[in-house]
Design a protein around this ligand. Sequence first.
Ligand code: CUA
Length: 623
Amino acid sequence: MSDEKLTQAKRQGILACGLALWLSLPGAAVAQRQEPAPEALAEVGVDEHPGAQIPLDLRFRDDSGRERTLASLFSGDRPAVLTLNYSDCPMLCTLVLNGMVDGLQELAWTPGKDFEVISVSIDPLETFQRARLTKQRYLRSYGRPETAAGWHFLTGSEKNIKRLADAVGFRFKYVEQEKQYVHAAVIIICTPQGRVSRYLYGVQFPEQTLRLSLVEAGEGKVGSTLDRVLLFCFHYDAEAGRYGPVARNLMKLGAGMTCALLMLGMLPYWLRRRSHALRANVPPPPPSADHATGGSGPSAAFALPLAGMLGAPGGSLLFPMRGTAEAAMVDQVFYFIFIVAVFFFVLILALMTFFTLKYRRRPGVGSLPSPSHSTGLEMVWTLIPTMLVAVMFIWGFWGYMGMQQAPDDSYEIQVLAKKWSWNFVYPNGHVEPDLHVPVDQPIRLVMTSDDVIHSLYVPAFRLKMDIVPGRYTKTWFHAIETGTHQLYCAEYCGTQHSTMLAKVVVHPRGEFEKWLEQAANFLERMTPAEGGELLVQRRGCLQCHSLDGSARVGPTFKGLFGTQETMTSGETVTVDENYILESLLEPMAKIRAGYKPVMPTYKGQLKDEEITAIIAFIKTLKE
Ligand code: CUA
């Protein structure tokens, strides 16, 4: 007999009452393996008819002798446990019914209220009085006599028994010489409408299997929400005869719960944002001192002890001073992740070391079997990291979104990055190599690059944003203290990348406007040569051109004016006003021999009088 057939035989639990003489119970499958199945057994078993409708018009007699239809038992409210047994059965029926009663005892639900128990006798000669005795016996064993109305021990005609058995696929047989019925050990779970939902085989029915199969059959009419969640995660495993976990659904549930947790965490953010949007025209209150000490929003309660431990408001163990309120948030999230990581690193290494030593191989001591799993431990190491990661995400999300969206009343400064200088263009058109901003005012930077990717990075503001040629990237910050900070390029952009620096100057209230007014009109207050000197510093010319005669990326300005120079094309050019003008506007037109064509254009970025001033300055740089 093949393994498959064996399993099937086991599944069907074909155990015969009278045949128990030659087929002892636990040995049934073994006996079948050794010799062909007895003829009687071949006609006995279960043909599963899931979803089949039980003929509800069939009439049976209940234990009081009253005749009733099956329709009166399937009211549409409750699922039912249906068994086909008979009272005079010497063995198997008792085992099945005892197993069912044992399982039902564990189940908190009440027959007659949450479900029905229907036991139909397959013996047409059985009287209702005999059935009543049987019912009383099992009720006593069940121990809850008040549930008698939910137990139905039915007797009926051979024709009706046959129709019911056929409908549910229950094949049984009367063996003449034994004077007994041969049948399978099975109980059938039915829906409230009297349809077959599931077959449970054997003589033991664990509480969880009974409960979940009733929940499943109940179509939402029995069981709590938790039961339904369980049913989603546990599916009936016919091989094992019980409900086993479904990894896919468990993971779906876990993912759903994680999403719900994250949504819940983000809810306050969305709500706050909405209320901000409603008050869009009201300027936000000036940041309080609280901002500077690193306590803002939901993180304050957690972060304050951290801030105290790891750093003063003006900076911390690992970070420079904080120039913005957002910097505090970045530090807190960083320290949270950092401390969590260090904690688990130390914990895991310490445990590893400990276990390695404790369970090291010793002479004369054999290895111990490992436990296959521990549900408690698995829950702990799943739930704790899930929660920690959710906190990291939600906290980081709040901070990220806050740093992404500039307030509507921001002061806008254009940033043009090029190899290897910064141009900050103010609303009045003034261009500076350094970033000047007023304190207590959100600043929005709209940035683009002339050549390659650069990145604006101000450590004190915890601010970093890439600048990409051919598109605008935006970022913003809100300086809360006056002072000067360093600004870096944080994207390798060529040989002079490390010199691509600038200052961020935070002016006191009212001072910034004065500074901008003066800075913008510098040419009016100076000689052209003085103005030109300022311009070559401010516009980044000196990153590539020296004033002392040394060659850098570009030729030196010293003694340049009026000389004859050879170009890469071989022609000779006199360095005069027109050559300098052309080099500023069309730098690729004439490249001096020995230099690379890397000069960016200043077309549209320098006014005529500025170009004149630069030429005037270069003229002064005699040898
Ligand atoms: Cu610009 Cu590095």
